[in-house]
Design a protein around this ligand. Sequence first.
Ligand code: NDP
Ligand code: 8X3
Length: 248
Amino acid sequence: MKTVLITGATAGFGEAAAKRFIKEGWQVIGTGRRAERLSALQAELGDNFFPLAFDIRDFKAVESAISSLPEQWQKIDTLVNNAGLALGLNKFDEGDISDWETMIDTNIKGLLYVTKTVLAKFIKQEQGHVINLGSTAGTYPYPGSNVYGSTKAFVNMFSLELRADITGKNIRVTCIEPGYCETEFAVVRFKGDVDKASNFYQGMEPLTADDIAESIYWSASLPPHMNVNKLELMPTRQTFAGFNVERK
Ligand code: NDP
Ligand code: 8X3
């Protein structure tokens, strides 16, 4: 039986992906800070789901959680680096420094910490797959995306850099880069303002967590000689920001 470790399984893409992999007969290690949500998922999904609560911003916590896995959960085939967040939609000059730090610590440093820890297993096993959640925000700018979009540009690029570094080690690296998708993402971004979050997606039929779970599972389930380098997905009603021209 194959095992996938999914960071951020307490909501959104991570939770949907956990359900998708379980349905296909995989073992799933689901992580996140909200231990009670992980326990609820275990109750729903059964013994093939293993809850592992830790904060990805804390390297020691990452190492200790992953090394504490019971024997039958130690071999990991696929890592889904999904945990992440945006905070605020302010223009850069009105941005909040602690929000920037949280996004950088989570989306960049946390992702690196988990990758380093699990990659050591992949290198020993001579097999593995890292699937990162980048974003269209890492490729196309929009007002208010500044630091968030830049953290995702890091993820998009790091995915290619990692693949270059581990060539020949039989390890796959994929970056999934979605556009607007309605999860708890906007509720977190707007700091609990549920109305503002749902207005963000009004009338444009955003992607769903299940859509993204499908793309994650598809990338993971391809024959081992196939590597999806990157996969960019958008709702049909979303296109590119385009250039903004200010006329005198
Ligand atoms: P959600 O807010 O629904 O879920 C985010 C998950 O990340 C939660 O499970 C949360 O768990 C976890 N997480 C956040 N911070 C930490 C932390 N410090 N330590 C551990 N886990 C953490 O968002 P989505 O499912 O929409 O987003 C998932 C990923 O996809 C993110 O990286 C996001 O940037 C990216 N993305 C989202 C898009 C969208 O439009 N929704 C589009 C493109 C990319 P907990 O709070 O329990 O710790
Ligand atoms: C999330 C997509 O466009 O809301 O990464 O920033 S967007």
